[in-house]
Ligand binder design. Sequence first.
Ligand code: ADP
Length: 433
Amino acid sequence: MTAAYFFVASSLRRGDRAAIASDLVHFRDEYRDEGLAGLKSEAATQIWEGGQDIRLIRLLGAGRRGIFDLRANGWSKFNLPGITPPAGLKPSWTSIPAPPDDQSMEIVSQALPNGEILQIGQSTARREDVLERFRWILAAVFVLAIILGLVGAFLMSRRALSPIRGLVRTLEAVKSGAIGARAPLRHTGDELQELTELFNGMMERIEALVSGMKSALDNVAHDLRTPMTRLRAVAELPLRSEADVSDYREALADCVEESDKVLGMLDTLMDISEAETGTMALSMEPTNVSELLREAREAYRYAAEEKGLRVDVAGGEDIRVLCDRGRMRRVVANLLDNAVKYTDPGGEINLTATREDGFIAVIVRDTGIGIPPQDLSKIWERLYRSEAGRSQRGLGLGLSLVKAIVQAHDGSVEVSSAVGSGSRFTVRLKTVS
Ligand code: ADP
């Protein structure tokens, strides 16, 4: 702004000087052509009529005595101090301040060939006037710019900080118990959006953990009641009546069996919760899945033979994948356990490991009782047991555990089944990460 002011001021000054210089030429020529009388009459005309800005026309003779001195109104008493005579015939400029009006007289002097000096002076009042108005405009623009800047900065900071305020409000809500509260997301594509997304993601995870723990606790409390009541009854009976050592032994053995069931159930529930909430620590290692299938067949050989079931492991080729071997063993064992439980004597069970595009698939197929279509989505729920399954031992946790472990591996598990002809469970694990 200062630069603009100085540019305008110097342009006006240049314009003024150009006008004075052209007046100087005009009067010099008049004096040369028409003599002193011509100069005087032209000066009188110009100073009062035409050239509103001309305030001084002076002709100085030798010894700088005044030959002719004409000044416009108000300038007659103006004290003209000695002006340095111009060197040679070139015009020279002098600026004399005329307080208190903030104006000055700009005078150009030129030596004439006969030794006399012609001076033309012009007030800078008009220029000062323009400049003063310009200064006011600049000041107004400056103040306006500052106000706009402040308002803009205030609005921008409000806007920029609004996601932070959203986060703060959400944190307050979470602190007062609303664990489902989420920070409002604005798609600005900046770091604050990233922060909000991370925060909301973190809250999703915390909520899943909390609700996982809560429902696990509910399930445990609910399902512990039955075996604990049984345990109590088994222990109570010999205590109430007279019993011999063998009765006590039998009761204690029953107690141990019931306790093992409770412990097994607790372990499984904990595993499911851990896997579902993503806190299950997987110890990944290259695993020969075909070998896992062969091991499982061996482990269930007795149970299968007892029911007259044939268990086959398909394919001679060894399929390997990166997974938690112990947990994958439990997946296969649970699927095979179900196949054995829910297949009538004389049936067949096939275990297959095969390569698919980017996956390995583990398939457990049986020719068992099958699952009714309306149960297909429910069998993965914790503690769910279908009507047909109730006759078999089980807690309704096997498939929940299978699904949780597979998902913790970033894999998938699906079932297809037809009542009366059998079921087929397929577990898929990624071979490339
Ligand atoms: P559980 O076997 O202890 O009841 P699961 O979670 O392993 O619990 O299975 C849930 C239910 O799914 C079972 O009760 C049963 O009705 C059904 N199911 C699972 N596997 C099979 C299968 N291979 N054939 C028929 N039904 C099955």
